[in-house]
Design a binder for this molecule. Structure first.
Ligand SMILES: [Ca+2]
Length: 355
């Protein structure tokens, strides 16, 4: 069910569309959440704490470029001054050169307490079996800023994207996104293009960990963003978290379905907001998206979040050109963010947290 606040979009879509899809240089303006009293706040000026709801801005994905042969093509500098956002032109042409690459539980109201060895955590990578269309363990990627083969990095802002060995869901290595504090929109994503049949229908799975304590204050962040041409416009379809105070179990902080379009604004579904992203331990995120059925589903630590089963709701799922996995957020937080991702997988069947 769409939130009534979405109808506010009718007032501001042009503004958001321009602000969010601009190909202008430099970090983009903060895009406030719908219904936020701080609408229009400029970067570095978060304004009053807004109500829960959608928010966010477009990210910038790489225009391709091989991580192994195209050098820095499509990659942003790792830190320091604001970087140049990549083009957001929709369509397959935006990804040239990129390398090839069951459950029905009740809504998750209280994710399980942090535990080790559950949800498929620990032990060696399970990517090596070769049964999944895409599975990235980071185990064979060199430590440092070079993305794994088959991926590029994208985004902007003062952040670093690094293969590390200080934490992992499995194996020894993972991919870490560090975002410096006191910034508004920051995008740090791994990008996968040349999706083949997965572009029209896919299951995804990632493990994600946010260092505790997470920054406080209102924020919209995305853990996953799939991009494609929908009716001539670029749609960015996301699994996001919005609200105040990461790690709480209040309805103001939860996972949502979120779509940002270059021409008709931003919308999504957030239901009762009963599934809450945590900080301090690994989360297992799974999802499904299909263009033909206009259906999306989301599982959290193995349990389906019913309110994020998008079937009759507005969905606008295109055939995707790229998948972006990582961390991007759109409001100023004083504190820095540290996020790890690991065992990123895509397939035509559900992967599961144990997969
Ligand atoms: Ca790993």
């Amino acid at each position: 069910m769409q939130d009534s606040r979405f109808f506010l979009l009718g007032i501001l879509p042009l503004t958001f569309g321009i602000a969010c899809s601009s190909e202008a240089e430099g970090p983009r303006a903060t895009v406030p959440p719908f219904g936020a009293s701080g609408a229009g706040a400029a970067p570095q000026s978060p304004g009053p704490t807004p109500a829960a709801g959608l928010g966010g801005a477009t990210s910038s994905s790489s225009n391709g470029g091989s991580s192994t042969s195209a050098g820095a093509a499509g990659r942003a500098p790792e830190s320091g001054t604001p970087t140049t956002p990549e083009l957001t032109t929709p369509g397959p042409a935006t990804m040239p050169g990129a390398e090839e690459p069951g459950m029905n539980d009740p809504p998750t109201t209280e994710p399980p307490a942090p535990t080790g060895g559950v949800f498929g955590l620990g032990g060696p990578s399970r990517c090596s079996g070769g049964s999944l269309s895409v599975c990235e363990s980071f185990e064979s990627a060199p430590l440092g800023s070079t993305p794994p083969a088959g991926w590029t990095t994208a985004g902007y802002g003062n952040r670093t994207l690094t293969v590390v060995d200080d934490d992992s869901a499995r194996g020894e290595r993972s991919f870490r996104i560090d975002v410096a504090g006191n910034q508004a929109a920051v995008v740090g994503m791994l990008v996968r293009g040349n999706l083949g049949p997965l572009g029209a229908r896919h299951f995804g799975r990632s493990f994600m960990k946010i260092a505790a304590p997470a920054p406080t204050g209102f924020v919209h962040f995305d853990a996953f963003e799939a991009r494609g041409n929908f009716g001539g416009q670029l749609n960015m379809v996301r699994w996001a978290s919005t609200g105040t105070d990461v790690g709480t179990s209040q309805s103001n902080w939860s996972w949502i379905y979120n779509v940002q379009s270059t021409d008709h604004g931003e919308f999504g579904s957030e239901g009762p907001r009963s599934a809450h992203a945590r900080d301090g331990d690994w989360m297992c995120l799974e999802w499904f998206m299909e263009e033909a059925a206009q259906e999306a589903r989301f599982w959290y630590d193995g349990a389906e979040v019913e309110y994020l089963h998008i079937d009759t709701e507005r969905s606008e799922i295109p055939v995707f050109d790229s998948f972006n996995v990582g961390f991007q957020k759109f409001q100023t937080t004083a504190a820095a963010w540290r996020v790890w991702i690991d065992e990123i997988a895509f397939d035509d069947e559900r992967i599961g947290c144990e997969g």
